[in-house]
Design a protein around this ligand. Structure first.
Ligand code: HEM
Ligand code: HEM
Length: 175
């Protein structure tokens, strides 16, 4: 049988894509909430909880990726190289988002309660102005992920509609 993406990889890819777009929108929205909003505390609680679940999903995804097959990629050698770099960059930036998010949230020594289900302990402040610096980094990294993801989605659509190859179908597990 031809190698293809395993079902868990496909499910985790689409869950992550939806979650990341949702996290981006909720992040931008929640930083402008005032103390008088009902969401003032709830929105960051959800943002952090979903973020840490997404971290677990990403770790599972990376491990699954190593032990399962992948379909052959299409395109010129340059395109294949760019796509490998792009995917590597997406994973790297997403992990940097988790790290910076953790550093913002725990700078004041408070742990992160994931849906009041379990709590991830704080390690305190590693450097001065940690909350501000990590906050700025988080903001720019989040934008970079979204811009790269848009280019990534356009590349997938180009494969499908212009090149007429099965790159996108493979990620949807369509025949
Ligand atoms: C472990 C995971 C994460 C944690 C703990 C976390 C935590 C936080 C916190 C505490 C803030 C508020 C910052 C402030 O008050 O200035 C924030 C903002 C934000 N987060 Fe996250 N986050 C995580 C993952 C993500 C992910 C995956 C995205 C997806 C793109 C994201 C996008 C954003 C955005 C766009 C903002 C608004 C930044 C701003 O306008 O200053 N976060 N996050
Ligand atoms: C925030 C949104 C997204 C993120 C972060 C993301 C991330 C990724 C990553 C990291 C890979 C590499 C998989 C690996 O080699 O382990 C991948 C593969 C793929 N993604 Fe996305 N993705 C997103 C949205 C989308 C969308 C909207 C589409 C379709 C329009 C799409 C189509 C694909 C396809 C077809 C592949 C397989 C590429 C190949 O065979 O080389 N992705 N995605």
């Amino acid at each position: 049988m031809k190698p293809r993406w395993s079902r868990p990889i496909v499910i985790l890819h689409w869950i992550s894509a939806i979650a990341i777009v949702g996290m981006f929108a909720s992040g931008l929205w929640m930083v402008d909430l005032t103390y008088y909003s009902d969401w003032y505390k709830t929105a960051p609680h959800w943002h952090k909880s979903v973020g840490l679940i997404l971290l677990a999903i990403t770790v599972i995804r990376l491990v699954t990726r190593v032990v399962t097959s992948r379909p052959p990629s299409h395109g010129t050698p340059l395109e294949k190289r760019l796509s490998r770099i792009g995917h590597g960059l997406l994973y790297t930036l997403i992990i940097m988002l988790f790290a910076s998010g953790y550093l913002i949230s725990t700078a004041d020594g408070r742990s992160i309660d994931v849906f009041n289900w379990f709590s991830v302990p704080a390690m305190g402040e590693f450097f001065e102005n940690q909350e501000d610096i990590a906050g700025k980094a988080h903001f720019y990294i989040a934008w970079s992920v979204i811009v790269l993801a848009i280019i990534h989605a356009l590349a997938a659509l180009k494969h499908h509609f212009i090149r007429n190859d099965d790159t996108l179908k493979q990620m949807l597990r369509l025949r």
